[in-house]
Write a protein that binds this ligand. Structure first.
Ligand code: MG
Ligand code: MG
Length: 250
């Protein structure tokens, strides 16, 4: 069942999402060659807790950290580690959520580490832009298929591919609520969006082939061809008009 939020719930979603967005600003500030992914994770946890929230991912289905931190060919669900030290030229995906008074924000960004290749920068940019293509259809009355089609069409036209095994989703009191929102689809198909739903839209875009596999750690999703992958996610409130992107901070 889709959850339509009342005004108090929407306000808590706004607060949780703001903390999530500000946590990603912390990540952006501290990411540099030489930092471990475990150190980034610790800093995010500390920030979220300082804001009176808790990290949504910590312990979720047994996930052992506060943020998913995935490097280069790792698509999503990377486990932070003291041994994983970022190097110049890497791209790093930080996916994090904050739970505030029972409601969750969920957002992800891909950051360049020092100077990265032009192709890596283009991948990051196309991934972010594909979210905004989707956002054109994030309004009451549009369908899930419109959203997914917008993402995939834009990504394909830029020569990259969309990961299909993992999807966007409703978000609220549960980190993952109905509906599932794939990053591919057919215009005019799928269930409708309604005002006051809150959803997480998260294109995962591969430089090469769309195929992915899960590493033996049971979590980390990597590209099968070893090429780069990028991720961009925001929590969004649906309205009858323009969507409200809740996880933008500046
Ligand atoms: Mg996320
Ligand atoms: Mg998500």
């Amino acid at each position: 069942m889709y959850v339509i939020k009342n005004s108090e719930q929407l306000s808590l979603m706004g607060k949780a999402s703001r903390i999530t967005a500000e946590a990603l600003l912390v990540a952006k500030e501290i990411i540099r060659p030489g930092i471990s992914t475990a150190e980034i994770d610790r800093r995010l946890k500390r920030f979220i807790e300082k804001c009176g929230a808790t990290p949504s991912f910590l312990g979720y289905n047994g996930f052992p950290a506060s943020a998913c931190i995935s490097v280069n060919d790792e698509v999503i669900h990377g486990i932070p580690s003291e041994r994983r030290i970022l190097s110049e030229g890497d791209i790093v995906k930080v996916d994090v959520g904050a739970r505030y008074r029972g409601y969750n924000g969920d957002s992800a960004r891909t950051f360049p580490v020092g100077k990265v290749s032009d192709e890596a920068l283009r991948l990051i940019s196309v991934t972010e832009k594909s979210f905004y293509e989707a956002a054109k259809f994030l309004r009451a009355g549009c369908r899930i298929g419109d959203v997914g089609h917008a993402v995939e069409d834009f990504v394909i036209s830029n020569g990259f591919s969309v990961v299909k095994e993992y999807t966007g989703h409703g978000v609220g009191a549960d980190l993952h609520e109905d509906p599932m929102i794939p990053n591919h689809g057919t215009s005019g198909k799928g269930t409708r969006l309604y005002a006051d739903m809150t959803v997480a839209i998260e294109p995962m875009v591969n430089q090469g082939n769309e195929a992915v596999r899960v590493k033996p750690d049971g979590w980390t999703v990597v590209t099968l061809d070893g090429k780069l992958s990028a991720h961009y996610e925001n929590t969004v409130a649906i309205t009858n008009g323009e969507p409200i992107i809740l996880t933008l901070a500046e």
